[in-house]
Design a protein around this ligand. Structure first.
Ligand SMILES: *Cc1c(COP(=O)(O)O)cnc(C)c1O
Length: 329
């Protein structure tokens, strides 16, 4: 697996390895050995998990002679912000197709946070209705080609086989950190949205013989869709690397998204505040706050046994806090 991974072209965008840190106060309060894998610290325009995926996606874009990146997401997408930064780092143009997919948001939602950073990073933002994003993206791609540009389209969340390889590489990195510290985790837990992070971690852990469960917390309020996406991408990524299909290990947990993607929940608020105040660590309102709320619930219900070793994969997203200011009053 490592040879096939190393053979896939990759650029450098992220600050790696990201730290693996203990959360001793929260761990003691919950009764588990708790660690955080700091992928919020990947360094690309405030960091986050997409930087790892973009290392493989950018290499492919450059190999194809692309001069412009095109991608899509919600107004507060962390993926589009990191894509805009990656484009700037490689001197490429960047067009983003953005939709307001979250009802009843803060007045800050369409001004600050990630959207502010997208514009600061020089990306051209095209606002679209949620059900028009594919159509608007097709128009943007056609207009760029008509101008003689060479656009490269990146899927939602950077989640295809190339993007997932970023998280296979993350599993390799984490396994080395675990080995050097003599840690054998029972569980890796993370927010799962567009499937690439989870598929990569599942393939990586299986390929390395790491037995930890990989628990992906659905943040979309659409767990059936997500499970299907993760299974499909897990199989395709395993095929690319020539390793056995580990999709039997895919576990998508539901019930923590609240009424929908990006909609604040009381448990999310409580988790964001608790982690900030106990450990000085910033989570985000859309992904990691809901995933940490799931971790707390699973421990409190005994689904994660007392004394187990749990690694929370912090996938980033803190710029979104500013867009949700009124949720924390
Ligand atoms: C995109 C994102 C995720 C989900 O990762 P996927 O690979 O899309 O499932 C989790 N957390 C944050 C902060 C993200 O931006």
């Amino acid at each position: 697996m490592r040879d096939a991974l190393v053979a896939t072209p990759r650029v450098t965008l992220a600050h790696l390895p990201t730290p693996l840190e203990a959360l001793p106060r929260l761990g003691a309060a919950l009764g588990v050995e708790l660690y955080v894998k700091r992928d919020d610290c990947t360094g690309l325009a405030t960091g986050g998990n997409k930087a790892r995926k973009l290392e493989f996606l950018l290499a492919d874009a450059l190999a194809q002679g692309a001069d412009t990146l095109v991608t899509k997401g919600g107004l507060q997408s962390n993926h589009v912000r990191q894509t805009a930064a990656a484009a700037a780092r490689f001197g490429l143009g960047c067009h983003l197709v953005l939709a307001d997919v979250v009802p009843d948001t803060d007045p800050d939602y369409a001004e600050t946070g990630n959207l502010f950073l997208d514009r600061l990073l020089g990306a051209t933002c095209h606002l679209a209705a949620a059900d028009q994003r594919e159509a608007v993206e097709a128009e943007v791609l056609a207009a760029l080609r008509a101008e003689g540009r060479a656009p490269y389209a990146i899927p939602y969340g950077g989640s295809n086989v190339l993007g997932a390889l970023g998280y296979v590489a993350a599993a390799v990195e984490l396994s080395e950190q675990l080995a050097s510290r003599g840690l054998q985790p029972d569980v890796l837990l993370h927010a799962s949205g567009s499937s690439g992070t989870q598929a990569g971690l599942v393939v990586g852990c299986a390929g390395l013989g790491l037995e930890a469960r990989v628990l992906g917390i659905d943040v979309n309020h659409d767990p059936g869709w997500l499970r299907g996406q993760v299974l499909e991408l897990t199989r395709a990524t395993a095929t690319h690397l020539g390793v056995p299909d580990p999709s039997a290990r895919v576990e998508v947990l539901e019930g923590y998204a609240g009424p929908g993607y990006g909609v604040p929940t009381p448990a999310m608020r409580a988790a964001v505040e608790r982690v900030a105040r106990a450990e000085g660590l910033l989570l985000d309102p859309v992904y990691t706050g809901k995933a940490f709320a799931a971790l707390v619930d699973l421990v409190e219900r005994g689904e994660l046994a007392q004394g187990s070793t749990v690694i929370f994969v912090h996938t980033g997203g803190a710029p979104g806090l500013f867009a949700y200011r009124s949720s924390f009053r």
